[in-house]
Structure formats: C-alpha cells, structure tokens
Design a protein around this ligand. Structure first.
Ligand code: ADP
Length: 418
C-alpha cells in the first residue's frame, strides 16, 4: 500500500482535476447558452458558485427591468411636456428629442439622431445662441413645419459638453402683443384728427381779442394740454412703428458727430440749459437710420437738460467701446441722478420717477422707451450708471457690425481734467 501511495495520490489528483475541469467547461457552456438547467451541479464549491451566480444574475435582470421602467417613465414624462426638448452633444448633433420637438419643429427622434440641429432649424440666430456662452439668452424663430408658429429657444448646458435646447410655442403671446400694438397704433391714429381740430380752435381762441379776459388762462392751459396730448400720440405712433419693423437697414451711414453738434445747438436754442460739451473720440460712423439715431441723441440730451441744474454740466461723447471694435454714444450729466431702485423700470412706457414734476417739465415718459427700441433695432444696448444726487450716465453700445470706419469722421474736442 505504501509502495503505491504516490501513484495513488497522483491518480486521485488527476481525477479531481478532470472533475473540476469538466464542471468548469459545463459552467462555461451554460454561460454561453444561457441554459443552466443543462448544467449539472457537482459537489463542493460548485453549488455555492452557481447559486451566487444565479442570484447575481437575477438581481442584474431585476435592475435592468427597473432601469427600463424608469427610462420609459422619464421618456413618457418628457413626451408629455408641452415644450420641445432636444438633447445635443458637443458638436450640436441631436442625441434625443421629445414629441413636442416633433410637433413644433418637425424633429424626428430616430431619423434625425446624429444630425446637426442647425442643419434642420436653419436660422442664423440659433447658431449664435448655441455658440454663445450666455445661457440666459433666448431667441425667437419661426417654426419650419407649422405656418405662422413662433418658437422661443433657450439652450441650457448640462453634463459633459451636452446642451438641452428648449423650444417654447409663443405664437399666442406674439398674437396678443400684435393685437395690443395694433390697438395702440389705431387708437393713436384715430386721436390725431380730433386733436388737430381741437388744437386749431384753441389757437384761434387764444388769438381772439374779443375773448373775455378770464378765459385767457384756461385757454392757455387747454392749449398746453393739447400740445402734450399731441406729443403723446406722436410718440406712441413712433413706438408702434419701431415695434412692428425689423432691424434697421444698414445702407445709410449716420454721422453721429454731426447729429451730436446739431442736438447741442437745438438744446441751447430751446431755453436755459447746463453747459453741454461734445467730444468725438471715434472716427467711426454708424450703419442705420439717421432719423432714429437722431431721436436717441435728442431724447438723451433733452433728459439730461431737464434733470441737470443750469450751473451743472452735460457731456456727450462718441467713442470706441472697451473692446475697440464697436462704438459707444455716452450722455453724462452731473444732475439729480436716479435711485438704483428705478433703473430697471426707466424704459417702461409712461414710467417717470416723479410723475408730477415730469408733467410740469413736459416729459411724457416715452422717451427712453423709444431710445431702447431704436437701439434694439440697431443691435445696440442701453446701460445706465446713476445714483441719486450723483448725476447719470447713459451708454448706448453699438456692435462692430453697425460701425463703419470708412469714410472716417473728424475728431472733435479734447478732454481736460477741468
Ligand atoms: P420723460 O419724457 O419723462 O423724460 P423718459 O422715458 O425719457 O421720459 O424718462 C423716464 C424717466 O427717467 C424720467 O421721467 C426721469 O424721471 C428719469 N430720467 C431720464 N433721464 C434722466 C436723467 N438724465 N437724470 C435724471 N433722471 C432721468
């Protein structure tokens, strides 16, 4: 027996090895065929391995089912959203989109996957929106599939380089604001003729020598109010015109320096005013509407005159912007200034900080609304630096696309520290 011990051990080990190898092969076969009924479990560790494996497999299957259910739930809720939602990768290729994106913009979940969004929604503003870093920005585009439908687009970044493009139907809002605009324009237009008649009669009455003397004051007041109403009507009509037209044309070139000089002269001619200095520090001219830019300059200068004491100082400057490729029109005064709590409301129609005083001054509260609209038609922005008692600085920033250097305009004035 002792003589056969080594051989016996060898044979026993070989048998054990073959048995393990057989089980291993059977397990591998079962793994490949996914048929574990055919896999006969041996003794030892194999039943444990097998039961652990089937347990993990069932757990994974349960998880998969749960994820699938969740995915379906998420997809269903995204499809239920009234807004279009489009997920874009870092190249702005479509990854996935919801049902509303199909209804609003004609995007198809399967067919359009992997296609660049700007190949399907061909609006240069959309490319600008996706390229911009400012994710608070929104644009309005026309739907490529539904006639007359307007979409508001917003791009929200998420994940690694991904963007969620949200498309909102704003057709109804557009329709309502057009109705409001039309109503204001029509009402103003209708008021024009009766106002002309009333003003005419009031003029005649004012000149009528036979009028009792106690009528003189009321007639004068009525005349003043008629003039004021006329101004309101004209400015409302001007606002309606600005609102309903697109961007200002770029064919005309505006000589800002010339307009500044003539607005300064007019301000002096109209009555008492603080000192007004004009500086032209940019040789650039503007592409846009001469009349509209003139109304910006006149409005800003008139406001500065109205809110600056006669011993104060007003400075109007035309200069290159901080980046050097655009230009800025700056109207600065050292007058009464504006409390910061009112800054955001100044361009609202009929907003005046001190209504009673503005009425006496002849302000109707539409000047800055007109300025804002003209600037937006020239892709320019209005900003304000002001504090109560510390004067005001209104800055109109024009982009390089609106600025033309050739032919250059001559520079005027040199700043002194005085
Ligand atoms: P208004 O016809 O009354 O001047 P605007 O729209 O031009 O209307 O201005 C709105 C209000 O903003 C004014 O009533 C005034 O209170 C304030 N404002 C505008 N410009 C200035 C300024 N340079 N200094 C102080 N307040 C100003």
């Amino acid at each position: 027996m002792y003589g056969y011990l080594e051989r016996g051990l060898l044979v026993a080990s070989l048998i054990a090895l073959i048995w393990q190898a057989r089980n291993l092969l059977a397990f591998n076969r079962a793994l490949q065929s996914d048929d574990f009924d055919a896999f006969r479990i041996g003794d030892g560790l194999w039943p444990q391995i097998f039961s652990r494996f089937t347990f993990e497999q069932e757990r994974a299957a349960r998880r998969k089912r749960e994820y699938r259910r969740l995915l379906k739930e998420v997809r269903r809720s995204i499809d239920a959203l009234p807004d279009g939602a489009v997920v874009l990768d870092e190249n702005n290729d479509i990854v996935v989109c919801n049902r509303a994106a199909k209804q609003l913009a004609g995007l198809k979940r399967k067919k359009d996957r992997g296609t660049r969004i700007d190949n399907l929604l061909r609006d240069p503003k959309l490319a600008g929106l996706l390229a911009a870093d400012d994710y608070t920005q929104t644009i309005e585009i026309v739907s490529p599939v539904v006639d007359g439908k307007w979409l508001k687009c917003r791009a929200v970044p998420y994940g690694a380089g991904k963007t969620l493009l949200i498309l909102r139907d704003i057709t109804e809002r557009k329709r309502l604001s057009k109705m409001r605009r039309d109503f204001v324009a029509n009402a103003s237009h209708e008021l024009r003729s009766p106002l002309t008649v009333i003003s005419g009669y009031l003029d005649s009455l004012a000149e009528d020598q036979s009028l009792p003397s106690d009528w003189a004051h009321p007639v004068k007041q009525m005349k003043g109010q008629a003039v004021r109403m006329n101004r309101i009507v004209e400015e409302l009509l001007e606002l309606s015109r600005l609102e309903s037209s697109g961007a200002a044309g770029t064919d005309d070139v505006v000589d800002v320096a010339k307009l500044l000089a003539s607005a300064r002269e007019d301000a002096f001619r109209e009555g008492k005013t603080a000192r007004i200095d004009v500086f032209v520090e940019s040789t650039a001219q503007l592409r846009g509407s001469v009349d509209e830019i003139e109304s910006v300059i006149v409005n800003l200068l008139a406001n500065a005159v109205r809110h600056t004491p006669v011993d104060g100082k007003i400075v109007a400057t035309w200069r290159p912007d901080a980046d050097g490729d655009g230009a800025e029109l700056v109207v600065e005064d050292n007058g009464e200034g504006i409390d910061s709590m009112y800054h955001s409301r100044l361009t609202e129609r009929f907003f005046r900080v001190d209504k009673g005083r503005a009425r006496k001054d002849g302000g109707v509260g539409l000047g800055l609304a007109i300025v804002k609209h003209v600037l937006s038609r020239h892709e320019a922005e209005l900003s304000l630096e002001s504090a109560l008692g510390e004067g005001s600085t209104f800055i109109c920033r024009f982009p390089s696309s609106r600025v033309v250097i050739d032919p250059p305009i001559p520079l005027v004035g040199e700043r002194s520290n005085a």
